[in-house]
Design a protein around this ligand. Structure first.
Ligand SMILES: [Fe+2]
Length: 375
């Protein structure tokens, strides 16, 4: 017995207006300062008719345990019946953990578990509104939380923190800065490819991953000359959400295990961090899943497709302006050589190791990390 889990996805032009049909009495919006300053928060609020709306608008990149606990304390006696995560992966992930903390104050922070029913949404509705097209957090039941003391990232998970509704309005992503677009789209592509070869792959994740690769690569190719085009933005937005649903119902792999560790040690964006490893991970895994890689490569946009998946991914990264080597990511080689041992240690804490199609040893990781600099 297995499950396919997904929120109700509301997508396309004017998707935000769906908020008007939801019965909400007290709403908590969890977001970040950029969103509240940019006018996006007000645009969302215009569709909320609840008499009582509170906002936590200071979620930072890669939210920490302390920041989330602080937010819960500030919410105090306000008792929302609806929680909205508005923003990129950080705000949506923070909203998931805040939902858990508000609904189960009797439990400790890391008591969130997928293994038993906790009644988290018994008294709450949970809505995710992404303002980037990449993390897929709106369709996943995982949240990444950082421990600021040692940079470790904890992956928290429960089907009960899956949003009830994911609202994909292209106007939310059409004004994204170019750097955010390239990082988030690369993250989404990595989700789709890793889900397609994961040890937990299944017919549902397969179909979503294939369509996601097509939508993300074609959409990005078209957006290059017309970045605010709503149709093309919608393609990447839907593709990223499908990729999120694919990995959420399958698993991530080694590029995410390495990327989480690398991003934590060198403070690089998540999309850049997973993307930089993806070609080497494909090269390493190829012996275990060559046919699957050939299949998914056929879904690449013809503008970017090459003779094999590794080359197609390199072509995508170059097209998006992302690095293939650590020096090109602005990292000093000596510092990299000194600290790559920490990356290797941390990477074995990720679930990406479990889902990867080929077993990974410490010497395999050392070899991949050594190949990340220009020879
Ligand atoms: Fe990711």
């Amino acid at each position: 017995m297995w499950f396919y889990r997904s929120p109700t996805v509301v997508y396309g032009d004017d998707a935000l207006s769906f908020l008007e049909s939801i019965d909400m009495k007290a709403v908590l919006i969890v977001t970040d300062r950029n969103i509240s300053k940019s006018g996006i928060l007000e645009k969302v609020k215009a569709h909320i008719f609840s008499p009582s709306v509170e906002t936590i608008d200071y979620i930072k990149e890669e939210p920490s345990v302390d920041e989330i606990n602080d937010a819960v304390e500030k919410i105090g006696n306000f008792k929302p019946d609806t929680i909205i995560g508005l923003g990129g992966g950080s705000s949506m992930d923070a909203a998931k953990v805040i939902l858990f903390r508000l609904s189960r104050p009797d439990l400790d922070f890391f008591d969130l578990t997928p293994l038993s029913y906790l009644g988290i949404k018994k008294n709450h509705k949970f809505i995710a509104i992404p303002t980037t097209a990449g993390t897929g957090s709106e369709c996943s039941w995982a949240a990444v939380v950082t421990d600021r003391n040692d940079g470790r990232k904890a992956e928290m998970a429960s089907p009960e923190i899956m949003p009830d509704f994911a609202i994909l309005d292209p106007s939310m992503v059409s004004g994204m800065p170019a750097e955010v677009r390239r990082n988030t789209a690369t993250d989404a592509l990595t989700h789709a490819i890793e889900a397609y070869v994961s040890t937990w792959k299944n017919p549902y994740s397969d179909s979503l991953a294939r369509e996601a690769v097509m939508l993300i690569t074609s959409g990005c190719a078209k957006l290059h000359d017309d970045p605010e085009n709503m149709e093309y933005n919608s393609m990447v937005q839907i593709g990223a959400s499908m990729a999120g649903s694919a990995f959420s119902n399958s698993q991530i792999g080694l590029a995410h295990a390495l990327g989480h560790a690398f991003g934590a040690v060198f403070h690089k964006p998540h999309g850049l961090s997973v993307g930089i490893f993806l070609p080497r991970v494909i090269e390493f895994n190829d012996v275990s899943c060559h046919d699957r890689y050939e299949e998914i490569n056929s879904f690449f946009s013809t503008d970017l497709r090459k003779e094999n998946l590794e080359e197609s991914v390199k072509s995508f990264l170059k097209f998006m302006g992302l690095p293939l080597y650590v020096e090109d990511a602005g990292i000093d080689v000596d510092e990299y050589m000194t600290r790559k041992k920490v990356v290797a240690d941390l990477c074995f804490e990720s679930t990406g190791i479990i889902g990867n199609p080929r077993d990974v040893s410490r010497s395999d990781i050392d070899k991949i990390l050594s190949d990340m600099i220009h020879k």
